[in-house]
Every structure is written in C-alpha cells, then in structure tokens.
Design a protein around this ligand. Structure first.
Ligand code: ATP
Ligand code: ZN
Length: 285
C-alpha cells in the first residue's frame, strides 16, 4: 500500500494554514510538536515537517512526494518539480525598495547600483528583463537594514504590508513578483501515489470551493418569489418549499462570499425575512 508524503513548513507563516487545510479535508494526524514525520490516521498520507527552503529540494529528490511552499521559495530554488495547485493563502510580493531620500523615477535608476536580497535568481531574472546591470548581494536575513549600514543602495525583499520597509526608512518602488502558497510535486510519482494525490486534490478543491460559498435560507411572501429568485445566483435555480403559513415559501440557495452583503441587502428590500446564512463544509460538483 503506497503512502503519499506531503512536506509542509514546520514552523512559520505557512504552517498553521497548511495544517488547517489538511484537517478540513477530513485528514488528521497526531500532534506534531518536535516531530519530523506524522502518519495520518484516516488517509494514506504522511506529513513531513521541514524548513520551507528545504521543501523544493526534497520534493525534487522524492524524499517528499508533494510539498506546500511559497511560490517565491519554489521559483527561487529553481528545482525540477511540477506546480500542482495554487492554495490561495500566504500571499505576499517581492519588491524593490530604496531609501526614502533616493530620487527614484524608474528601474533605470538602479543601473550600476548594488541590491541586497535573499532572492538572487528572481531578482536577476527581473533585472535582465529590463536590461539593468546591478551588483546583487545575497544575504539571508534582515535584508531591510542593508542600505542603512552601507551594504547596498537598494533591497529586494518580501513585502506584505510595507510596515517593515517604513520603519527602516525605505520606500517600495517596484513589485517584481507576486506569490502565494502552492503545492509542488515530484515529477516521477508512481501510479499508486497519483491516485492518492488525485483524491487529496479532489478534497482540497471541495473544501476551498465550499469556503467561498454560503448556504442561504430565507422566508418570502409568494408574491415576492419571482423577484427574490432573480436576485439569487445559486449553482442551479434555488429550492422553493411551501411554508405552513399560507402564502409564504422558504427559499434555499448557495451564494458566493464575494457579493454576499450586496445580495442580502437586495433580498431584504425584495421582502425576504428570517434570512439564515450557514457555512458549507464541502462542495462537490
Ligand atoms: P523557515 O524557518 O521555514 O525557513 P522562513 O522564516 O523562511 O521559515 P516565513 O517567514 O515563515 O519563512 O515565511 C514563509 C513564507 O510565507 C514565505 O516564503 C512567503 O511565501 C510567505 N509569506 C507571506 N507573507 C509573508 C510576509 N509578510 N513575510 C514573509 N513571508 C511571507
Ligand atoms: Zn525559510
């Protein structure tokens, strides 16, 4: 019996969300503190807890079959792995930043300058594309202090809110790469493992689709039904059931989170009452 080995970040920004998604797929494993590997109880999968930077390497070599890692790490590592699925969390960007006093107009202003980064490959690629020759200083942590200690004229680092840049007297001038967590996979998975992976991806998709949708129930006077049904997009047409009270119906449907509040408002205006909105656990087409 095959087991699919999934590598996730042991401790860091992607750990909690990765574990949460696995659990929501009805896959559970013993509490992992301090352990390197955990075997799942109810699914043929083993979880490997690693430093994120090691994950692409391990997936390429087959120590792990698949892994959840930031696209920034996957692309920078330049390993020979498959990109399987974008996960929709861990969003951030890789940006160029310069001291606030730097008169920056365009990327041309970095011609011949020195730039500190932990992402030399992604940076080089971007600079080459814009015909910029710059000296790249590779440093592994606290990149944002490089300009103030005179190590570099600019930096290229991960930004999410920009507050770290601000507190180091820097301004963001170019966004060069947008990243989120992705699943990467080994290129030579056995047929058995592919079957397990498909099952896992099927569950993941159902969970993620469900998260984006809500189940909605409401009561409506029959005279308003047509109008209310028009407002509800749903996956098909809504279910309409008669209420015990004459002249009233109960309407059930699924709506997306995106236009949620707008739809609720319209429903109220159209005469809907007793609106209930519920989370959906899984959604299977
Ligand atoms: P490890 O100890 O595993 O090497 P790390 O310190 O390299 O961890 P984290 O800071 O936990 O990594 O970030 C993991 C990933 O989270 C990043 O590679 C990136 O894809 C994503 N991420 C999302 N938002 C941010 C952010 N604000 N800063 C840094 N990374 C972020
Ligand atoms: Zn790391």
């Amino acid at each position: 019996m095959s087991i699919l080995k999934l590598a996730i970040q042991k401790k860091g920004r992607l750990s909690e969300k990765s574990i949460e998604l696995i659990n929501e797929c009805a896959i559970s494993f013993p509490n992992s503190t301090g352990k390197l590997v955990a075997k799942c109880y109810d699914f043929p999968m083993e979880i490997l807890f690693l430093r994120d930077d090691d994950i692409p390497d391990y997936v390429q070599d087959g120590v792990a079959d698949i892994g959840i890692v930031g696209e920034n790490v996957a692309v920078e590592s330049d390993k020979n792995v498959d990109d399987i699925l974008k996960m929709g969390f861990g969003k951030c960007r890789l940006s160029l930043a310069v001291p606030r006093s730097f008169q920056y107009n365009s990327i041309q202003d970095l011609q011949g300058k020195s730039i500190a980064t932990s992402y030399p490959k992604i940076l080089k690629n971007y600079l080459d594309k814009h015909n910029i020759q710059a000296e790249i200083h590779v440093i592994s942590g606290s990149v944002e202090i490089a300009p103030s200690i005179g190590l570099a004229d600019a930096i290229c680092d991960i930004v999410s809110t920009g507050s770290t840049l601000l507190s180091n007297g820097l301004k963001e001038v170019e966004q060069i790469f947008h990243s989120e967590a992705i699943i990467i996979g080994n290129k030579n998975l056995s047929e058995d493992k592919k079957v397990i992976l498909d099952d896992f991806l099927f569950r993941l998709n159902a969970v993620r689709k469900a998260k984006k949708n809500k189940y909605i129930l409401l009561n409506a006077p029959n005279a308003s039904l047509d109008k209310i049904i028009q407002i509800l997009p749903g996956i098909k047409s809504p279910t309409v059931l008669p209420l015990a009270e004459n002249g009233w119906s109960s309407v059930h449907s699924v709506i997306t989170e995106k236009d949620f509040w707008q739809i609720i408002q319209q429903l109220k205006e159209a005469g809907a009452e007793g609106i209930l909105v519920m989370p959906i656990e899984q959604m299977i087409d």
